[in-house]
Design a protein around this ligand. Structure first.
Ligand code: GTP
Ligand code: MG
Length: 235
């Protein structure tokens, strides 16, 4: 199967919050790399014109869909992804950040693993560029505690449990979400970690590797609130 044919089976889900400049480039890039891919932009009420950019694309290309969550009471990354999965029509999905920290050309590696049969695939950061010492420490602490939490639950422990670059079989992941409403909290921030907590013990996870780069434009939305929500989700 060539790249274009297999991309027909894939939806790329992009969560956004004020990413006008990045989202224009990201959609353009995705459609030039994978002509047959479907794209859902799950936006939490951006105020910088992200909505206009994506709506323009959706008029030009029926494979681009704008999921407008502006009026939703609960906002956040996890719930945005869960809502996007509910309307995904393809067999596979992959989540990618809008700020080019996840290289779009690596989506092929993830898709190939899904086609091979892995029901969950993770883009694993093999190195990280441009992080401060503080950010490295927070990430290390969060990952170490997260792995300990998975060990206690006797669940698989892939290398990058905090990755925002992950995907899988839509049906499989949707069922996990439906079956574990308490663990997969709508107010969460790291959907992948919540999925790992309830993943069937024998599941095999496909990993592909990439370098996590500095954000291209716009501002980071990660803050103390997200870190606290994560720590609460550990145990
Ligand atoms: N829908 C939605 N998207 C969000 C929300 N918070 C962040 N995002 C998007 O999720 C992706 C990751 O957010 P970032 O702020 O880049 O977080 P990060 O990559 O962990 O942090 P940095 O390394 O500082 O960029 C980006 O595409 C954001 O626009 C949210 O509350 N809702
Ligand atoms: Mg980022």
């Amino acid at each position: 199967m060539n790249k274009s044919q297999s991309a027909e089976q894939l939806t790329v889900i992009i969560p956004t919050l004020n990413e006008r400049i990045n989202v224009e480039k990201m959609i353009d890039r995705l459609l030039s790399l994978y002509q047959q891919v479907s794209i859902i932009v799950a936006d939490d009420g951006s105020t910088d014109g992200t909505n206009d950019v994506v709506l323009n694309w959706s008029v030009k290309n029926s494979r681009v869909f704008f999921l407008d969550r502006k009026e939703e009471a609960i906002k956040g990354l996890t719930i945005s992804l869960v809502d996007a999965l509910k309307i995904t029509k393809t067999k596979f999905f992959i989540v990618i950040d809008c700020d080019f920290q996840h290289p779009p050309e690596k989506i092929t590696d993830g898709l190939n693993l899904m086609i091979e049969g892995y029901q969950l695939v993770i883009g694993t950061r093999s190195s990280v560029e441009g992080w401060s010492f503080r950010r490295k420490i927070i990430s290390w602490g969060a990952t170490t505690l997260g792995k300990f939490s998975l060990l206690l639950r006797r669940r698989p422990r892939p290398k990058d449990i905090m990755s925002g670059f992950f995907g899988g079989e839509v049906q499989f992941v949707k069922e996990l979400i439906d079956q574990h409403p308490k663990t997969i909290s709508p107010k969460g921030y790291k959907l992948l970690f919540d999925l790992l907590k309830v993943l069937p013990r024998k599941s095999e996870i496909g990993e592909f590797f990439y370098t996590f780069q500095a954000r291209e434009a716009g501002e980071s939305k990660i803050g103390m609130k997200q870190i606290l929500v994560y720590f609460r989700s550990l145990f």
